[in-house]
Ligand binder design. Structure first.
Ligand SMILES: *Cc1c(COP(=O)(O)O)cnc(C)c1O
Length: 390
């Protein structure tokens, strides 16, 4: 594959577009057919075979975005993750996974893999040698996610890709938090890149989708399982996702910029004890992040000083909305203790570094000054109430 690619915004707007030959309209027509001719045609088309015109066009765009040869688009991020993992793992095989993974991914492994006879190990930490330490005779896949949720830890992509090559394993990455704008793991030797397209690719909090990008050969293996599992996406949503991707470069670059400035603002704030953002020089993996990311992303986490109630703080915010999901154009905030990590014991949370005052902030594209002002007024209101109470 050639090493030179069109720029990100050119890929976003043009690659994979379908031509409207009938009316010469400006955008890709939407083909909703679930039934296509089967005689005298080269391709037998059917939505569950991932080969309708809109699916093929969008897959081309997404493959180009990740500098890969081919892609498949799924009905959700989890459909993409489960199909990709199970395409390379069979009964008796073993997979090494990073210890800090998206909750849905660890649930899939912990709740389902035993019944398939698949063994798994989680690493102790994110150091390359900790991945090597878990590799066994029957290991087939190594799986990472960087930056991670919610503490934005960084895994060395190139080191893991090299470990996989040395041990003849398939390397996979969940690249959702970075988005293809900020990180292209195939350039570092990763075999399979996975996205929850529900997040930055969709970007408007209205699409549930997933994507897998890899070589033609790996995509063919994943496709064989995918057509049997049946996790493809409706063509209407495929078409909407293509439209959303046209502005992904613009959106994500604006989110990068907002997040970096807000991370610095929060780090300097007297009511904030800790900020987790890979673009801050104080982040332990700043240099590593810089070496493998084009931008540091729109996700950050921070802890309020002891005594300040994170859940009350969320209620005082007027512009930034408490919300479970992330990566939309609107800013949202979440308390891991009250939501994603609520089922863990306080000790388990503490072990993972998740304290009660922690807030995960998905920075949107609003004017930075307005976001900053919202945080300031919420902290003031919070402190005023705490003074009245004491
Ligand atoms: C949301 C998310 C997923 C799961 O994607 P769905 O589209 O909800 O199935 C996987 N990984 C990460 C990092 C996510 O944020």
């Amino acid at each position: 594959m050639s090493k030179s690619h069109p720029g990100i915004n050119t890929i976003c707007t043009h690659i994979g577009e379908l031509k409207d030959t009938q009316y010469k309209g400006a955008i890709s027509p939407l083909y909703m057919s679930t039934s296509y001719a089967f005689e005298d045609v080269e391709v037998k088309r059917y939505p569950r075979y991932f080969n309708t015109p809109n699916q093929v066009g969008l897959a081309k765009k997404i493959a180009a975005l990740e500098h890969g040869e081919a892609a498949l688009i799924f009905g959700s991020g989890m459909a993409a993750i489960s199909t990709a993992l199970l395409a390379f793992l069979k009964s008796g095989d073993h997979v090494v996974l990073q210890n800090t993974l998206y909750g849905g991914t660890s649930n899939l492994v912990v709740e389902e893999f035993e019944k398939f006879g698949i063994e798994y190990s989680f690493t102790e930490d994110l150091k390359p040698k900790s991945f090597v330490a878990q590799i066994k005779e029957n290991t087939k896949v190594i799986y990472i996610e960087t930056p991670s949720n919610p503490l934005l830890t960084i895994t060395d992509i190139k080191a893991v890709a090299e470990i996989a090559k040395t041990h003849n394993l398939v390397s996979m990455i969940d690249n959702t938090f970075a988005s293809p704008v900020n990180q292209n793991p195939i350039d570092f030797g990763i075999d399979v890149v996975i996205h929850s397209a529900t997040k930055y690719m969709g970007g408007h909090s209205d699409i549930l989708a997933g994507a897998v990008i890899a070589s033609e050969k790996h995509i063919d293996s994943i496709f064989q399982l995918a057509k049997n599992f049946g996790g493809s996406l409706s063509d209407y949503t495929v078409w909407l996702l293509e439209r959303s991707l046209k502005t992904m470069g613009l959106r994500v670059k604006a989110q990068n910029k907002n997040a970096k400035k807000l991370a610095r603002f929060l780090e300097a704030h007297e009511d904030v004890s800790q900020v987790y953002y890979p673009g801050l020089k104080s982040h332990p993996d700043y240099a590593l992040a810089k070496s493998q990311m084009h931008g540091f992303g729109g996700m950050l986490s921070f802890e309020l000083k002891e005594g300040l109630d994170a859940s009350q703080f969320q209620k005082e915010l007027k512009l930034i909305k408490p919300s479970m999901s992330l990566a939309g154009v609107e800013s949202t905030i979440l308390s891991p203790t009250l939501t994603s990590h609520a089922l863990l014991t306080p000790e388990e949370r503490e072990k993972q570094g998740i304290r009660d005052g922690l807030l995960r902030f998905s920075v949107g594209i609003e004017e930075r000054e307005d976001l900053r002002a919202d945080i300031e007024q919420a902290l003031k209101a919070l402190k005023a109430k705490e003074v009245t109470l004491s």
